[in-house]
Write a protein that binds this ligand. Structure first.
Ligand SMILES: Nc1ncnc2c1ncn2[C@@H]1O[C@H](COP(=O)(O)OP(=O)(O)OP(=O)(O)O)[C@@H](O)[C@H]1O
Ligand SMILES: [Mg+2]
Length: 281
């Protein structure tokens, strides 16, 4: 079959099902493709995939399959540059700064002692994050130097990526953050993620509430998307008490189930239309 659209996955979540449903409603020839069945000869041209919507959950499978398919000539959403840039919080931080998008103050250090020095400069509390990771995993709020020292000691015994000590200031904000979904050149919906915990993302138990998209928010999100060369992304923002909106993450393969649930926007259809190049403004 010559497909117009290929939905590439490793796990079928609600999101992948809803994209498949939306594609079925369009006239496009669509295939669902399990990345684990791929056996790609990298020295050939890509087969008849059409546009590939990259939906692999595994970061490594995601960027490597994108590199292969894009290199073989298939258009992939998002492209490799986005997978690499948005998949790493330090790379994203540098690109956001370059694009003049406000983002939390951050430092990087490559040893325990240097990290403790950075934290003294940033001030406590601060937040240490793996540069590559999601769902809030291994992100810690450090309230003082003793806690920081313990966490750094553990990180020093882990896989080398965890010895990259990326630290952000703790942003003073309401008990929520914002996830905005960008499709092409529009923010199609946004939610507040509210929680009693300091981590407000959905994976750690946050609750979703529809958030009005302001002009300022939309403009920042589009700049953030462009900074990482993306097409369909989820932009995470916080409302700093003094500076206003700051962007702390751009998600390359964004989840949107809760956004659809509370905002009642058909995000999957917008993604499919965008991928097929038929989406009007
Ligand atoms: N610098 C910060 N100051 C205050 N709170 C923060 C900061 N960074 C992150 N948080 C909180 O922690 C949560 C998780 O952080 P972040 O989005 O960076 O992690 P993640 O692993 O990429 O999670 P997800 O993929 O679910 O978005 C955020 O939703 C926010 O509530
Ligand atoms: Mg996030």
């Amino acid at each position: 079959m010559t497909a117009d659209l290929t939905i590439l996955y490793d796990t079928i979540r609600w999101e992948e099902k809803s994209i498949a449903e939306a594609a079925k409603k369009s006239s496009a020839q669509t295939q669902m493709l399990d990345s684990r069945t791929l056996a790609l000869d990298l020295d050939t041209k890509a087969g008849a995939y059409g546009t590939v919507l990259q939906r692999c959950v595994s970061y490594y499978r995601n960027v490597h399959s994108t590199a292969a398919l894009e290199g073989m000539g298939a258009p992939v959403i998002n492209p490799l540059i986005t997978g690499v840039s948005a998949g790493n919080k330090l790379y994203t931080h540098m690109l956001l700064r370059k694009a003049n998008v406000r983002t939390p103050r951050a430092t990087v250090s490559f040893s325990k002692d240097a990290a403790l020095e950075s934290m003294d400069n940033v001030g406590y509390p601060c937040v240490i994050k793996p540069t590559v990771g999601s769902w809030g995993r291994m992100i810690s709020k450090l309230n003082d130097a003793d806690t920081a020292s313990g966490i750094l000691e553990m990180r020093e015994a882990m896989y080398p990526i965890y010895q990259i000590h990326y630290v952000e200031e703790f942003v003073k904000r309401p008990p929520r953050d914002i996830r905005a979904i960008v499709v092409g050149d529009r923010v199609v919906a946004a939610i507040y993620r509210e929680s009693e915990s300091w981590k407000t993302n959905m994976a750690t138990g946050g609750h979703a509430r529809c958030c009005e998209v302001t002009g300022e928010m939309e403009e920042m999100c589009i700049r953030a998307k462009d900074a990482v060369g993306g097409q369909i992304v989820g932009v995470d923002l916080m409302e700093d008490d003094e500076r206003g909106l700051v962007v702390h993450e751009v998600n390359n393969t964004t989840e949107f189930k809760n956004t659809v649930r509370v905002c009642e926007v058909d995000i999957a259809s917008m993604m499919v239309e965008h991928a097929l190049g038929t989406r009007g403004r």
